[in-house]
Design a protein around this ligand. Structure first.
Ligand SMILES: *Cc1c(COP(=O)(O)O)cnc(C)c1O
Length: 395
């Protein structure tokens, strides 16, 4: 079956009510036939649901679809993207181990690597996304895992997944790829050698800004280790959210097609705009990794960035003059959302640290939604014009 069909037709078996759309199994525990079945379930001799912190049919359906999409054997649903990142790392590394990570990782992943894992003697080194030639030399004797995101946030730089997969295998390392920005519709890291694929389902997978959720996908063997960790430390997803997310996967393909179509149109319109210094989108020919993007992604994704002429103040003025687009840090929503990283999400970093992850003062990140593209463009164009007038008044 093809991607869309699998997303729609992979469903839990009917209950005795013969429903067409699968129900939510909103229950904390499950009943045993008899004492012997209870014993066998707890002894892992047979498979079945015991308790929702361990597994739940609604969450299992969500995970089964994701496994088919990503091409992985097994997976776990988690209550948030960060629960997926943390569990997938913490379950597989131990005291004394080292992680090689790409410097441009999500903010909370950065906090886990720099503030939380060191408490248990787990160290890391950051590598530059645009200097892959340096990565191999950064691998240490005690390196256990490589952790990356591609495309990166908010720089939208890319890493070559095939090269990374080979590098990880050569050094016997676990390659963990946070595939949140691309979604399995655009990119399947496991096909290029990733051993673990992690997701914040909060973004494009939900796609409607309604819930937090996450997932960890990979080989049976690695997921078994993570499952032990997760069952007992408890990052379980609520079945209600699992149901929302499983339903969302049914429309992932059509939504991503439209997100990407709108984003490409906007990127092409803004490219060479006189009020902008730079427009970055993986499927724009001017992107430094355009060829790589074409090789490992189906489309360019729902995010694009640009740099407004006039730096920080102009960037802020631009945001203040938007009427339709939402100023919110979330992304992957039906509604187009806009952020100005230098004054918000990355304001605590020094100028130098910001530049290391590609954030210049005028950088604006847009997560392109599903509105009519002409309305999105009109709002951007009006705000660019109004912010310019305001700037002129200041002088
Ligand atoms: C949002 C996000 C996360 C964290 O996910 P939550 O669901 O907010 O916990 C991790 N990685 C990336 C790339 C994200 O965008």
């Amino acid at each position: 079956m093809n991607f869309e069909t699998q997303a729609i037709r992979t469903q839990n078996d009917n209950s005795l009510y013969r429903e067409h759309s699968t129900p939510i199994y909103m229950t904390s525990s499950f009943v045993f036939e008899n004492a012997e079945e209870a014993r066998a379930l707890f002894a892992d001799e047979i498979e079945g649901n015991i308790y929702t912190r361990y597994s739940n049919p609604t969450n299992n359906e969500f995970v089964e679809k994701l496994c088919l999409m990503e091409g992985t054997e097994d997976g776990i649903a988690t209550a948030s993207g960060m629960a997926a990142m943390f569990s997938s790392i913490a379950a597989l590394v131990e005291s004394g181990d080292h992680i090689l990570a790409c410097r441009s990782v999500f903010g909370s992943t950065h906090q886990i690597l720099t503030k939380i894992l060191p408490k248990w003697g787990i160290s890391h080194t950051y590598a530059d996304i645009n200097k892959p030639e340096e990565w191999e030399n950064l691998i240490q004797k005690n390196t256990k895992m490589i952790f990356v995101e591609t495309p990166s946030n908010p720089g939208l730089d890319l890493l070559d997944l095939e090269w990374l997969g080979k590098l990880a295998n050569k050094h016997n390392l676990i390659l963990n790829v946070d595939n949140c920005f691309a979604t399995p519709y655009l990119q399947q890291p496991a096909k290029f050698g990733a051993h673990i694929v992690t997701h914040s389902a909060t973004k494009f997978i939900d796609g409607q800004g309604r819930t937090i959720g996450g997932a960890i996908l990979g080989s049976k063997e690695l997921i078994q280790e993570i499952r032990f960790f997760a069952r007992h430390s408890g990052p379980a997803l609520s079945p209600f959210n699992g149901w929302l997310l499983s339903k969302s996967l049914e429309t992932l393909a059509v939504r991503m097609e439209k997100h990407c179509e709108n984003a490409l149109k906007i990127a092409e319109y803004l490219d060479n705009h006189q009020e902008l210094e730079l427009v970055k989108y993986p499927f724009l020919k001017s992107h430094p990794k355009y060829e790589l993007a074409k090789k490992q992604m189906k489309h360019g994704g729902g995010l694009l960035t640009f740099v407004v002429k006039g730096g920080l103040e102009r960037g802020r003025n631009f945001l203040d003059n938007l009427k339709l687009l939402s100023l919110t840090p979330n992304l992957g929503d039906t509604r187009t959302t806009v952020t100005h990283p230098a004054s918000t999400t990355h304001s605590k970093l020094t100028d130098e640290e910001r530049l290391e992850v590609g954030i210049v003062p005028g950088l604006v990140r847009i997560s392109v939604g599903l509105e009519n593209v002409n309305d999105i463009l009109e709002d951007i164009e009006n705000a660019l014009r109004a912010s310019k007038i305001k700037e002129a008044e200041l002088i």
